[in-house]
Design a protein around this ligand. Structure first.
Ligand code: G1P
Ligand code: ZN
Length: 544
């Protein structure tokens, strides 16, 4: 087989965002677009030549074509071994698991996470480093710089590979191993959680759950683990068949997009426990009967109860949360004498802390939680953590959360997203807030007094790398907080995110409606940022 070298020209928009390079499918399909980015990975990650790679995606439209292109390029760039999920499928957590288990020189994940899929929707590509985690900024910047100067890429002239059968194929000198996408991941989960105890919970017959895979990647994983291994009744997993367009849905597990599963937790026939995951399987939503667990509370409960769970029974080293995530976990960490790190948004910032053993658990308000078992957030892992906890406690989800609030106080939490804004207008909101920071210090704003107001920056305690302009934080003396930041994962226009948090220590005040508690902060946020005047939006597009 022959290697061809193709001449190409740089694109100017291949800088990876919060989580890899995301664009419309049509952009990726345009001449040399994917090839340029992939060649830039191979050019900068020089250990890959002669080394090994994990490759897979969430099954969205263009996944199969992209896998074929990347395989032909991997062979032309001298990869010794590529491990591919059967059908080109691998969840993001499974890629992380495989990179670590087989000690490969990295992995490539094809996904745009929770963004819709289909010919007119989104696609994405992300490189993960040998620790199994998303590439740090130094690596993504090196790849980006390479995309600015690239002038050729290499490809093996090869026939299309059959991705649908497991086995080993030779592609030029490269060994391509097509593996069962679920097995290694399921084995890891069995090491962390007490599967026998969860089996007993299901077999007792009084406990019912549903898991919504949203026609995305977690279908096969959830069916195998929940139904085959743990004995949950057949039909526990809904929307379990991965589809290229996710059944036309928006595979984002929140109260808005995953409403189907939410309805199964209400009414006389409500299930006891329900959960959902996103396009690539790294997000999770946790629900009890008539009860929604905020991701921030979920993380706090995990920190508080980790000792009850097999894989964490020796205790945890520390915890980290992204800056906009509520401070509920901080309170538990303080009570347990653990350090709680506050990092910028994006899983990549947890990597060094996990590698250095400073933290065991970490999470984000955006429906993400995980631990040191891999270097990505992990949707099914969170579901299994909760299942294991429910099997130990044998109490309703709502009772567990309420007891937690009584002990540590409740951090009411909500997020307002203003999507599809004019990019300049959105940047203007942030600039306007930045200008106000000096006079906001110590200011009285109605019944609130500002304790601190800053543009969040973070210095990594391990490698001292510094990240600036990570969002505007305004903290009030009684524990409330407003955070403003722009999304780094969108593919068109800009999204302004406003994160609101209010702390309530009094158990008699912990059952109020979140919207009611937040109303004064919502108003204040609108005034401080002049949201309507600057963006023309009176209401957010999504409230979570
Ligand atoms: C969003 C979330 C962030 C998460 C990322 C990838 O990024 O807010 O917490 O890590 O997706 O799943 P954003 O669009 O806000 O930059
Ligand atoms: Zn995701």
């Amino acid at each position: 087989m022959q290697i061809s070298t193709f001449t190409t020209h740089p694109f100017d928009d291949q800088r990876p965002g919060t989580s890899g390079l995301r664009k419309k499918v049509k952009v990726f399909q345009s001449q040399s677009y994917l090839e340029n980015f992939v060649q830039s990975i191979f050019d900068t990650q020089t250990d890959l030549a002669g080394g090994s790679l994990v490759l897979g995606g969430d099954g969205r439209y263009y996944n199969r074509e992209a896998i074929q292109i990347i395989l032909a390029m991997a062979a032309a760039n001298g990869l010794a071994r590529v491990i591919v999920g059967q059908g080109g499928l691998l969840s993001t957590p499974a890629v992380s698991c495989l990179i670590r288990k087989y000690q490969t020189n990295g992995g490539i994940i094809l996904s745009a996470s929770h963004n819709p899929g289909g010919p007119d929707e989104d696609f994405g590509i992300k490189f993960n480093t040998p620790n199994g985690g998303p590439a740090p900024e130094s690596v993504t910047e090196a790849i980006y710089h390479r995309t600015r100067e690239i002038n050729q890429y290499r490809m093996l002239d090869a026939d299309t590979i059959d991705l649908d059968h497991t086995g080993t194929i030779k592609l030029g000198d490269t060994q391509v191993e097509i593996i069962d996408p679920v097995a290694d991941y399921a084995e890891l989960m069995g090491e962390l959680f007490d599967f026998e105890q969860i089996r007993q919970l299901f077999s007792a017959g009084e406990f019912r759950m549903r898991f919504d895979a949203m026609h995305a990647i977690t279908g096969p994983y959830a069916k195998h683990i929940l139904e085959d291994i743990l004995g949950a009744e057949s039909g526990t997993v809904i929307n379990g068949e991965p589809k290229e367009d996710f059944g036309g849905g928006h595979p984002d597990p929140n109260l808005v997009h995953a409403h189907e599963i939410v309805t199964l937790t209400t009414g006389p026939d409500a299930v006891d426990f329900a959960a959902a995951s996103d396009g690539d399987g790294d997000r999770n939503m946790i629900l009890g009967r008539d009860f929604f667990v905020t991701p921030s509370d979920s993380l706090a409960v995990m920190v508080a109860t980790a000792r009850l769970i097999k894989g964490y029974s020796d205790g945890i080293a520390g915890v980290a949360r992204s800056m906009p995530t509520s401070q509920a976990a901080d309170r538990v960490a303080a009570a347990l004498g653990l350090t709680c790190y506050e990092t910028p948004t994006g899983w990549k910032y947890f990597g060094n802390l996990l590698d250095a053993g400073r933290i065991t658990l970490c999470g984000e308000e955006s429906f993400g939680s995980g631990s040191n078992h891999i270097r990505e957030k992990d949707g099914l892992w969170a579901v299994l953590f909760w299942l294991n906890l429910l099997a130990v406690r044998r109490a309703p989800v709502a009772d567990i959360i309420r007891q937690h609030w009584r002990e540590y106080g409740r951090n009411y939490y909500t997020r307002y997203d203003y999507e599809g804004l004019d990019t300049e207008a959105a940047a203007g909101v942030i600039r306007y807030l930045q200008q106000q920071l000096p006079q906001l210090q110590g200011a009285d704003l109605g019944s609130y007094q500002v304790e601190y107001a800053d543009d969040f920056e973070y210095t990594d305690p391990i490698d001292s790398s510094k990240s600036t302009h990570q969002g505007i934080r305004i903290g009030f003396t009684e524990g409330s907080r407003i955070v403003f930041r722009l999304s780094g994962t969108g593919t068109s226009g800009a999204t302004l995110r406003v994160y609101l948090e209010a702390y309530e220590a009094d158990p008699d005040q912990q059952e109020r409606a979140t919207a009611e508690v937040m109303a004064p902060l919502v108003e204040l946020a609108g005034e401080l940022a002049q949201i309507e005047a600057r963006t023309g939006r009176a209401e957010p597009s999504v409230i979570t």
